[in-house]
Design a protein around this ligand. Structure first.
Ligand code: ATP
Ligand code: LTN
Length: 338
């Protein structure tokens, strides 16, 4: 049964402590939904995280926190394979082989690399950051994924993955499924509460513009009440002329399942303040049980680690098969023969 479902793989970096509302509504929530219809593999990509400096203790904590939040959000280890990338050594092994079929110029054209390298400066930029997209290709190709749910910013990396898969298949014989992107809908994009022209983001948002899921809901309530709107008074969904109000309506709708049209009706004749206050309450009601579930996982790190170890085992069962095929195809001698 499960084998007939299209296979999905996605990854998230364990870098910020808490996920923000954009991560949840734009990515994690879709991951949860896809468990029902697809054969899903989700990875906490700690090998990617160390392409920029990380404090070891903080990284370990962030990885557990990421796992706890994904589980708290509804990922179910019985229905998906949730694992930590570094616990499946095949990722690094396949990445090496793929590095050797990737052109230097090709990798140099990756815009995320160029942006991040510009921020880090030449001395701070590691070779790991340069080869980040190739590791991402390995993540995807190891599992023969059909679809890769990601935001628009990752489209170029998926294109590279497809190119590498086709090149390898053409040169050595078919080893990989060529994956397609599954770009998440625009509607799921959440904007900064202080500057609704930029997306809510851990690196670009000001502290007041970003809502962290693990924050005290009172703090988040204040941020919603202080959200930037406009000088008009009408509560109407219109991202062009009313980006702030529209963002609040999008969040309200996403958290409650109430359509935006219905919300416009509900708030007819009411002031922005009532929308902001009510949204703060809606968020608090939604986030309280989420935080309680996350806390339960964090309170039992041994069980969390066991759960991740089982996920890694399930992942390896697939990844090892692909890697063995690749090793054989490139001409490596069989290991363990005696
Ligand atoms: P950075 O600022 O370092 O780029 P980020 O806050 O944008 O980080 P990522 O770690 O890049 O978050 O993203 C994790 C996932 O969350 C990705 O799938 C991304 O598309 C999604 N995501 C991030 N921010 C938003 C947002 N504001 N709206 C919708 N989805 C988002
Ligand atoms: N680069 C991605 C994270 C990521 C990923 C993956 C996504 C790493 N490996 C494999 C999809 C599939 C990001 O920054 N969102």
């Amino acid at each position: 049964m499960a084998a007939e479902r299209p296979r999905v793989l996605s990854g998230i970096q364990p870098t910020a402590g808490s996920f923000h509302l954009g991560n949840y509504l734009g990515a994690v929530r879709q991951w949860v939904a896809l468990q029902e219809t697809h054969d899903t593999f989700y990875s906490i990509v700690d090998l990617h995280a160390i392409t920029v400096p990380q404090d070891p203790r903080a990284l370990r904590e962030s990885s557990r926190l990421a796992a706890a939040q994904l589980l708290g959000a509804g990922l179910d280890p019985a229905r998906c394979t949730l694992f930590v990338q570094s616990q499946v050594p095949e990722h690094a092994q396949l990445a090496w082989v793929l590095n050797c079929v990737t052109g230097f110029g090709e990798a140099s054209r990756m815009t995320q690399f160029k942006d991040k390298a510009a921020k880090q400066g030449a001395e701070g930029t590691t070779v790991g950051l340069f080869t980040y997209p190739v590791l991402q290709a390995a993540d995807i190709l190891l599992y023969q994924a059909d679809l890769v749910p990601v935001g628009e910013d990752q489209r170029q990396h998926i294109e590279l993955t497809r190119d590498l898969a086709e090149r390898f298949n053409g040169r050595f014989g078919r080893a990989f499924t060529v994956p397609g992107p599954y770009i998440l809908k625009e509607g799921a994009k959440i904007y900064d509460l202080q500057d609704p022209s930029i997306k809510m983001s851990k690196s670009a948002s000001s502290p007041k513009g970003i809502v962290w899921l693990m924050d005290d809901p009172k703090t988040s309530g204040k941020k919603f009440r202080g959200a930037v709107t406009d000088t008009d008074t009408v509560i109407r969904y219109d991202p062009e002329t009313k980006p702030g109000v529209s963002n609040l309506l999008t969040i309200y709708s996403a958290l409650t399942g109430i359509g935006v049209g219905e919300l416009e009706e509900k708030f007819t004749g009411r002031l922005y303040g009532s929308l902001k206050t009510e949204l703060g309450d809606v968020f608090a009601d939604w986030v309280a049980p989420f935080r309680a579930r996350v806390q339960e996982y964090l309170d039992d790190p041994a069980e969390l680690d066991r759960l991740l170890a089982r996920g890694a085992e399930k992942a390896r069962a697939i990844a090892a098969g692909t890697l063995a095929d690749v090793y054989e195809k490139v001409g490596f001698l069989p290991a363990g023969a005696h």
